[in-house]
Design a protein around this ligand. Sequence first.
Ligand SMILES: [Zn+2]
Length: 142
Amino acid sequence: MAKVCIICGQEVPHGRMVADDAVIRSIRWAKQSLHIAKNNTLVVCEKDLEAHKKKRQGYERNLAVYIVIAGIVLVLLVLLPIFTTGFSLYAVLVGLLFAAILVLMPVITSHTPALAEAQKTPPAGKKAAGKEAAGKKQVKKK
Ligand SMILES: [Zn+2]
């Protein structure tokens, strides 16, 4: 199986493995159904690690924003009819459709899978939490 970098799209001798996520599994399943699967191993080559990190962060942020917007749209479309003309199944279905499209948009435009060994990096925000605790102690002293 050839190793293909997901950032530069080139076949590379080695690279960091990419984690299989729901999107990759769906794409692979679709390709296998259509018999166009190349069964390449998806990796990120050494020179693209930094670019991948940035892309992944951008994708995660995008996805989070769109999920929030989708949630708001769905809630509005479910609640608005209840307060005006009464519960509407049609509005709920439209809301679900809109929400699905909203969540799919960042996935289609900027999906970037995580690296397989990403768990090794310590969780971000640990330092910040420590600072917060220190801040609380100072308040107590006063
Ligand atoms: Zn590359």
